[in-house]
Ligand binder design. Sequence first.
Ligand SMILES: [Zn+2]
Length: 304
Amino acid sequence: MENTFDIHNSEIFDSPLSSCPLCSSLHINKLYIITSYSPSFKVDQCSDCNFIFMNPRFNEKTICNMYSNDYYSGAAEYSYYDERKAEKFSNYVWDSRLRALRKYVKSGNFLDIGCAFGGLLKRASKYFTPYGVDLSEYSGKHAKELFGDNIHIGSLNSHPFDYDFFSVVTMIELIEHVADPVSLIKESYKLLKENGLLLLQTANMNAMQAKLLKDKYAMYMPGHLSYFTTRNLTDLLRQAGFRKIKVYYPVEFGLLPKLLKSRYRFKSAFDYIRWLRISYYHCISKIRFGNFAATSSMVVYAFK
Ligand SMILES: [Zn+2]
């Protein structure tokens, strides 16, 4: 595909949005054209709530093509690592994540939205009854082999789950992929029981990291349609009805699990040098004054 930008190419894009998908404001400004991928795409920003969003969005056909086998195997230009290959290492992070959230919720029904191959659910199943949703046939099929009908392959719009049913709902690096985050959060609220916990991980676009790197920031990639700040995300959660919100920078657990997980990419002992970079990133992520944060990493807990 040629690296040209044509927003009127209906083969690739939907029609452009004229209002903010988060607050419906008509005050939208052009922000960047992201040219590091082919096809290029454009992101706009709402001047009322600062929400950043791809505009126009890739159409459904383009998005479905993105989440093919190549996405998970790393063969596609835009891809995700196949978590099955890294499972042993990812378990350090998943176990720490579960340890942190079990301080609040010990057991019950656990829904992972964007569950991929079901790695987190496998660890969660020690304490919780696991359920999952994923758009991808390729990874969803694998999760279905583990958890049967508790896995729904498709979008959250067509889920088969009961309301007031889950004690925990997780969305790890998921909300940025979603075209309509308002409906996603409202639906998650309905799915949760009273006192249930929603755990979200996404990037904070108000952080220095995103501001300095501008259009070169790695978060701008073709599968990402929605880009939040801490403030507009927590506002959205409050408007949906969540009563207590807690934000963690960079994540809700310590440095060690991240270091242990990173070893899955190591080829020799020299790769331990990468631990310096990861440790440095973790430490500067703690720098924060009010609404200012040094790096974009954040995890949000919201209680119903
Ligand atoms: Zn807005």
